[in-house]
Design a protein around this ligand. Structure first.
Ligand code: FMN
Ligand code: EPS
Length: 378
């Protein structure tokens, strides 16, 4: 059962929610890079559990310990980088009743069908959202590397429980400055990651209402990456969409992804959806960006834009119908434990992580001919 993705840049995650530790192995990272540990910790903190009533109360430091891949000088050394995060706040008894009765909407049932009782259930085992912590270690480093080449990656909550944030201004080349200001605003933002602070407050209220109603809500995370050169990627099976989607579907609870105008493109005419080209001082460039920065799997130089649908958390406190796997008889299940009433806010930095990892992988694996990725100065 491989938990690995990537071509030239390969990421493997390992561990379970309640095992001794979780971690990642990253192969193919450019060498000579000094990781900014403070910035990496700040990035990890945006995903960490225990952030208040809108998140799971499980508290974890989520500080990665690097056990390989760093040299005497504190820089990446070219060898596989391995990082470990200890699990320190497990409460496995919460899962006792789930050993024989699977939660509707979680992976307990499919894990049992696959491993016939040998699966590790507590905390969601290897299926847990907790495994996105090591994904953020790998992604957080790569976000720093891409920044040295002028690439900025950022995501926000576009929608939670029907409450909308303003979308990224990534649809017009002449809006580049406005997009940059939106990203600046998100970098400064405390609280939920929305461009409009008021939208964040209303989302908090909606999450709280669902939680008090012993229920959960879903949302849409929108992610942008700007500053990537044109010509990165590959047609057919290793296109930018393919790589990003493969990694994004590795985030538990992600059920859909769209790029640029996405599903809305199906309902408009070609004349509306095409992005006309302008002659600019830097060469031909699309005026609009319905393509989400990707044509034929290859970057156009416009911002990469995608949205992921995150389902409502399956572990809710209401009684639910299930079946006892030992007896085959119906059983009403009560889920205990500590759960996110909405996963989408904590999936925001994870979207940035998988976006950065996929884009650096594409740049290393399928660069514009003669323009291999090299690190800039950080
Ligand atoms: C950051 C994050 C936190 C999550 N927290 C929870 C949680 O507290 N409770 C839960 O049931 N599922 C949670 N999930 C989702 C489950 O792990 C996921 O639904 C489950 O593994 C089944 O996978 P699937 O929904 O992709 O089919 C979380 C996911 C992420 C990305
Ligand atoms: C710990 C994290 O989230 C966990 C993700 C999760 C799940 O089913 O995905 C279930 C809960 O696990 P536990 O019952 O052990 O508290 C969450 O707390 C994390 O993301 O770091």
């Amino acid at each position: 059962m491989p938990s690995t993705f990537g071509n030239a840049l390969r990421v493997t995650v390992f561990g379970q929610s309640h095992s001794e530790a979780i971690g990642c192995v990253v192969e193919g990272l450019p060498s000579g890079f000094a990781i900014d540990r403070e910035r990496l910790s700040a990035f990890m903190a945006r995903r960490a559990p225990g952030q208040g009533s809108w998140s799971t109360p499980r508290r974890e430091a989520d500080e990665p310990e690097f056990v390989s891949g760093i040299n005497h000088d504190g820089r990446t050394c070219g060898a596989p980088l391995a990082a470990v995060i200890r699990n320190t706040n497990t409460r496995s008894r919460d899962y006792d009743n789930l050993l024989s009765v699977p939660r509707p909407g979680h992976a307990d049932f499919t894990a049992w069908e696959k491993w016939h009782g040998n699966q590790d259930v507590p905390g969601g085992g290897h299926f847990s959202g907790r495994l996105t912590a090591p994904l953020c270690v790998a992604g957080g480093i790569v976000i720093q590397m891409l920044k040295t080449r002028g690439v900025r990656v950022r995501a926000h909550l576009l929608r939670v429980a029907g409450v909308e944030d303003e979308p990224f201004r990534a649809g017009l080349r002449t809006d580049a400055e406005l997009l940059s200001q939106q990203i600046d605003a998100l970098e400064e933002r405390d609280g939920l990651p929305t461009i409009d602070p008021d939208a964040g407050e209303r989302m908090l209220d909606a999450i709280d209402a669902a939680r008090r109603d012993l229920d959960s809500v879903g949302g849409v995370v929108e992610c942008v990456a700007c500053g990537l050169p044109a010509g990165v990627g590959s047609p057919m099976f290793d296109g930018i969409e393919n790589l990003v989607a493969r990694a994004a579907f590795g985030i538990p609870a992600v059920k859909g992804i769209e790029f640029g105008s996405g599903f809305a493109a199906a309902d408009v005419r070609g004349s509306e959806n095409n992005d006309p080209f302008d002659a600019t001082p830097d060469g031909p460039a699309p005026r609009t960006n319905n393509a989400g920065g990707i044509l034929g799997g290859i970057t156009t130089g416009a911002p990469i834009l995608f949205r992921m649908a995150v389902k409502p958390t399956s572990s809710i406190s209401r009684p639910q119908d299930s079946v006892n796997l030992a007896t085959g008889k119906p059983e009403v299940l009560e889920v205990h434990g500590r759960h996110d009433p909405c996963i989408a806010p904590r999936a925001v930095p994870v979207a940035e992580a998988v976006c950065a990892l996929s884009l650096l992988d594409a740049w290393l694996s399928f660069p514009p001919e003669g323009e291999q990725f090299t690190l800039g100065t950080n």
